[in-house]
Design a protein around this ligand. Structure first.
Ligand code: ATP
Ligand code: MG
Length: 370
């Protein structure tokens, strides 16, 4: 087992005008499950391949434990990688696929057999050891690919979207299996996905990348509760956080017809930058629906959201609507009780729950105030 350190690691592809990975700084703990997540092209695979030794590092360093591996060939790094397409050898049995790397390394036959059988037991593959990959389901092939990594007992596992070939249900099952297996084996793991739900459910910590730059590295909880900037706020969480630019008023921000209090430090920070507005974020589950008391006909206050679409998920419902906030018509998503969903075309009055408001600088996009 070992720590993994990216120390200002940079990759510039030949001919590119900017780095694909730009001064990446991450210190991964021994035994940690770290997930790299971000939109397509943000540099996830490149970061992983730099660690694997499959991509040159043009600046900075990469260390596994105390060893500087920046310029070591892949075979000397003591890592095992699981790819998206599994890359199994079609003409070999499951057992031979799993033991192949050990055979190449000259490990005695009996020892290979033992390791393959142990891994097969862990992965529930014992009865398939004699089969060829083409006679396996997608999930079973995925487990063979995992098995091939496990038998090598590497210091670090690297996985690049290993679940993307599985259907939705199997993907959910398999991600729990991989996460619990990793915890049992305690092998430091770097896992790449573009799926933020996968990242949040699997990782001890999650690192969000955009355009080759690290945006935030944090526990899933902190990432959700305190996104560091507008990009992370919009990327983590589904449906996404509502983000609206609103004018600053005395002691708060004007949200629809109400003034919503925000921390004084946030207003001061915005004023220091010369901003007249801030961008506030409210997650769909952090709106309270204002009920109009029986017999009253006046407007109940809050933001009036015209309901365009209602997505019913059973326990919850999501209202996709439009509202006038900050002088503009904005799309707003509100989570409601699944048993009490409003009708399409009706108007819902909502207020952001106090203490659940995220405030970002409109000019820099950074979180401000807390
Ligand atoms: N071999 C290469 N030569 C030149 N540019 C490359 C090469 N591989 C990747 N890139 C570029 O580097 C950037 C990062 O690519 P990378 O494959 O790391 O993205 P990613 O985050 O893994 O995306 P995806 O989610 O689509 O797999 C992209 O802009 C891509 O076009
Ligand atoms: Mg990729």
């Amino acid at each position: 087992m070992a720590t993994v350190t990216y120390d200002k690691a940079t990759r510039i592809y030949p001919g590119a005008d900017k780095p694909a990975v730009d001064q990446l700084d991450i210190a991964i703990e021994d035994g940690e499950f770290l997930v790299l997540v971000g939109p397509s092209g943000c540099g996830k695979s490149t970061s992983l391949r730099m660690l694997a030794g499959l991509e040159d590092v043009n600046g900075g360093a990469i260390r596994i434990g105390d060893r500087d591996v920046t310029h070591l060939p892949p075979k000397d790094r003591d890592i095992a990688m699981v790819f998206q397409n599994y890359a199994l050898y079609p003409h070999m049995t499951v057992a031979d696929n799993m033991g192949f790397a050990l055979k190449i390394a000259g490990v005695p036959k009996a020892e290979i057999r033992q390791k393959v059988e142990d891994a097969a037991r862990i992965l529930d593959l014992t009865e398939y050891l004699g089969r060829k990959p083409k006679a396996l389901s997608g999930g079973q092939r995925q487990r063979v690919a995992m098995g091939r990594a496990i038998v090598r007992e590497p210091q670090v596992f690297l996985m690049d979207e290993p679940l993307s070939n599985l259907d939705a249900k199997l993907r959910v099952q398999t991600r729990t299996q991989i996460a619990s297996l990793q915890r049992r084996l305690g092998i430091t793991t770097v896992y790449v996905t573009h799926d933020q739900v996968e990242a949040m459910t699997m990782g001890d910590r999650v690192a969000v990348l955009k355009d080759g730059l690290l945006q935030q590295i944090d526990s899933p909880r902190n990432m959700y509760d305190r996104p560091a900037n507008l990009f992370v706020a919009g990327f983590i969480g589904s449906p996404a956080m509502n983000l609206v630019e609103v004018p600053i008023t005395d002691g708060g921000v004007k949200f629809g017809s109400d003034v919503v209090p925000v921390p004084r430090e946030a207003l001061t920070a915005a004023a220091d930058k010369g901003d007249r507005t801030v961008t506030v974020g409210v997650r769909p589950e952090h709106f309270d629906v204002v009920e109009r008391p029986e017999g009253r006909t006046d407007e109940p206050g809050g933001v009036a959201v015209t309901v365009n679409v209602v997505e019913e998920l059973g326990a919850d419902g999501y209202v996709y609507g439009t509202a006038e906030v900050g002088g503009e018509r904005k799309d707003i998503v509100v989570r409601v009780n699944g048993r009490r969903v409003p009708e399409k075309g009706s108007v819902l009055h909502v207020v952001p729950r106090s203490g659940e408001l995220h405030v970002f600088s409109t000019s820099s996009g950074e979180r401000i105030g807390d």
